[in-house]
Design a protein around this ligand. Sequence first.
Ligand SMILES: NC(=O)c1ccc[n+]([C@@H]2O[C@H](COP(=O)([O-])OP(=O)(O)OC[C@H]3O[C@@H](n4cnc5c(N)ncnc54)[C@H](OP(=O)(O)O)[C@@H]3O)[C@@H](O)[C@H]2O)c1
Length: 334
Amino acid sequence: MAQDMMDAAYFRHTGGSDVIEFGPLPVPQLPDHAVLVRVAATAVNHVDTFVRSGGYATALSFPQAIGRDATGTVERVGAAVDAPFRPGDPVWSNSLGFGGRSGAGAAFTVVPADRLYPLPAGVDPVEAAAVLHAGATAWLALHRHAGVQPGDTVFVGGGTGQVGSALVVQAVRAGARVITSSSADDAGHCRSLGATATLDYRSPALMDELAAAARSVSGGRGLDVHIETSGRHQLEAAVEMLALRGRIIALSGMAATNALPLGRLYTRDGSVHGFAISNATVGELADAARAVNELLADGSLRARHITRLPLSGAAGAHAAMEAGTARGKLVLIP
Ligand SMILES: NC(=O)c1ccc[n+]([C@@H]2O[C@H](COP(=O)([O-])OP(=O)(O)OC[C@H]3O[C@@H](n4cnc5c(N)ncnc54)[C@H](OP(=O)(O)O)[C@@H]3O)[C@@H](O)[C@H]2O)c1
């Protein structure tokens, strides 16, 4: 292949997973304030399918390489970059493939320098790629949006999912007591992440059991923070078990609608706060990146199962994610 060309997984218009093509594209031009990164790994996240399908409207630059998260090494540094990046440095970004930026699903990608972070020494780039999106989402949800405090009681619905497990680990680290829902088989895993109480999400009495757990774990106060990652919301019951000034963080369920008992919500100073990492500022993402790097460096942020696939398998990976048949966290390797 010519030196200025590279392999990429890209799409020319939004649509189903079959719009993804694999083949040569020009290596992106390097603007002065950006860094050219040789990609080692890129994860497949739900949001990548929303961007590709057009379900999440954002600026795209066709042919658009897929992928938001990349780990890799610095190849070349733009002339006006004053951050201390040097060729060969291990780095990562979780801001790619939307908002008009290059995608991560290619041999090379261009990253604005203020959206590029060092990858801690000794951290495997594939394992890191698997947890970047969930790790940063969880940090922003808990610290930027929920204002989690030591002693809070936090509910994480879907405690073994990518975002759910990152929420459990980080809420526990923040000094909160955590209640999770998961399949019954995964209760032990939730406890190993630090959950105090675990519930079976298939139980017909789940919301009654959650209300009882919230009372018992919080000493009668109720839930300070409620985050459901499965998209299956039950706000009527959730509001009922909120502590005074409790916060419900809405971050899942693109098509979800739900009845909200407003009177019960406002009379306890409760709030429902929507949040999407795609709207995070450069500063918020950098704060989250620092926290993610600490968790990567001490090994506490980890994917449970990783399925490594060649980048040429990107269309199949998107299809599996959308069909719910993906096994573990899908990571594409250029
Ligand atoms: N707002 C944002 O910024 C943002 C950022 C990242 C992700 N998200 C969204 O967050 C959601 C989760 O993403 P993810 O990557 O963590 O997905 P995921 O790994 O597929 O996790 C989903 C979790 O939901 C669990 N689940 C399935 N059915 C359930 C039920 N009836 N009750 C409770 N839990 C149930 C799954 O359990 P099993 O493993 O047993 O199936 C799994 O643990 C997605 O909707 C994604 O789009 C939002």
